[in-house]
Design a protein around this ligand. Structure first.
Ligand code: PRP
Ligand code: 7HP
Length: 185
């Protein structure tokens, strides 16, 4: 952990704060979906830690499926180009779907995804994001469940990466700008 810590400007959300929020979100979701079967759609790779913790905390019959989408490549800014790299394994027709994302920033990824998934006729579809950067939104998108609103700083950890690194940090931290400044992305 020590070499990775050198790249962290500050810890924004520590492990206990994240885990308490996951439990709080799970309790709200469990209440809202009482008596229903829920399908979590985890958007790889960033949401994998959050989705796993949320899944464990939900006292409901829950299925999980995975989708991989590419929008950022290795950089820190959105390209606006969204591509499905891996589709869901199962049909969501007639299912209650909760899309689980680590972060909504410009909103381009989620708005594309919601459009695609809603055409598959789920019984219902909602969105749960751990982090929301409302300042950066370029499309009109309001997630149904939000863990934390955060300022416009590049964050890493708890699934979030920079150039595929730092996902395994147990907290969410702000990356030192000099780490990505060198690449100009
Ligand atoms: C990140 C994140 C969201 C998206 C949010 O994914 O997981 O999917 O960017 O940005 P937006 O609201 O501006 O579209 P990324 O492309 O970095 O992939 P990853 O989850 O595999 O790291
Ligand atoms: C995507 C993304 N990935 C990691 N950290 C951030 O702050 C991000 N915003 N959008």
């Amino acid at each position: 952990m020590a070499p990775m810590m050198d790249d962290v400007a500050k810890v924004l959300l520590d492990e206990a704060t994240i885990q308490a929020k996951v439990r709080e979100l799970a309790a709200r979701i469990a209440e809202d979906y009482a008596g229903k079967e829920l399908t979590l759609v985890c958007i790889l790779k960033g949401a994998v830690l959050f989705a796993a913790d949320l899944l464990r905390a939900l006292p409901l019959p829950v299925e999980i499926d995975f989708m991989a989408i590419s929008s950022y490549g290795r950089g820190v800014r959105t390209s606006g180009v969204v591509r499905i790299l891996k589709d869901l394994d199962h049909s969501i027709e007639g299912k209650h779907v909760l899309v689980v994302e680590d972060i909504v920033d410009s909103g381009l990824t989620l708005s594309y995804l919601l459009e695609t998934l809603s055409s598959r006729q789920p019984a219902s579809m909602k969105v749960c994001v751990l982090l929301d950067k409302p300042e950066r939104r370029v499309v009109d998108l309001t997630p149904d469940y939000v863990g934390f609103e955060i300022p416009d700083e590049f964050v890493i950890g708890y699934g979030l990466d920079y150039a595929e690194k730092y996902r395994n940090l147990p907290f969410i931290g702000v990356l030192k700008p000099e780490i990505y400044a060198a690449t100009g992305e």
